[in-house]
Design a protein around this ligand. Structure first.
Ligand code: 5GP
Length: 197
């Protein structure tokens, strides 16, 4: 996705060999024009997959997921990371090791919002080691629903998440793929889609 790639090139800050900071458009300040395009692109890629609902994780997955949900005309559920007094019904829970915070988090979704008939598109902002996505897959599996695919805004292809999810049989669609962040230098995996989108 050309617009996303340009934004990463212009505004992304390489914090270390493994971490990219994109606080100016995705993780803190949000660029709604870019998010709208991201939603359109996810909708285009998953239009033939019978998706009935989107599941994401707070907080940075919410904006791309909502824009995709708007474009696809379906609802969006986000997994909560903190215990909420109001989240008590029929809880689906999984444990996720956070790459950026280096701590284990319990994530939870109320089972009332995912039914066994649902075909779920999982969306997140980043894919690194795949912990967050696998936690969401676990929650969807517990509900009895089916995972239609995983949509990622920025995949760091040098980490193991994309390969692990693909090896498990899940379709992963990443709108930007980072090949390396070594020595402060950001390089992309060349993607065929760049030509068409
Ligand atoms: P994973 O669970 O795949 O190891 O990591 C994905 C999660 O960690 C995402 O939800 C994202 O919030 C965070 N994350 C992983 N790598 C990065 C990164 O390079 N930059 C930012 N801003 N967040 C990241």
């Amino acid at each position: 996705m050309r617009l996303l790639r340009e934004k990463i090139e212009e505004e992304g800050i390489v914090l270390s060999d493994g971490v990219l900071k994109v606080d100016s458009f995705l993780n803190h300040q949000i660029d709604p024009v870019l998010m709208k395009e991201i939603g359109i692109e996810f909708a285009r890629r998953f239009k033939n997959d019978g998706v009935t609902k989107i599941v994401t994780i707070e907080s940075s997955g919410i904006s791309p997921a909502v824009m995709a949900g708007l474009e696809m005309g379906i609802k969006v559920v986000f997994a909560r990371k903190r215990k909420s007094l109001t989240l008590t019904n029929n809880l689906l829970v999984s444990s996720v090791y956070s790459f950026t915070k280096q701590e284990e988090n319990t994530i939870a979704v109320s089972g009332q919002f995912i039914s066994p008939e649902d075909r779920i598109l999982i969306i997140d902002d980043f894919l690194a080691n795949g912990e967050a996505a696998k936690g969401l897959v676990d929650i969807v599996n517990q509900s009895g629903a089916t995972v239609a695919g995983v949509g990622i805004v920025i995949e760091k292809s040098f980490q193991k998440g994309a390969k692990e999810l693909t090896d498990l049989g899940y379709r992963v669609e990443s709108l930007a793929k980072i090949a390396s962040l070594k020595e402060g230098q950001l390089s992309f995996v060349e993607q065929l889609e760049e030509v068409t989108s």
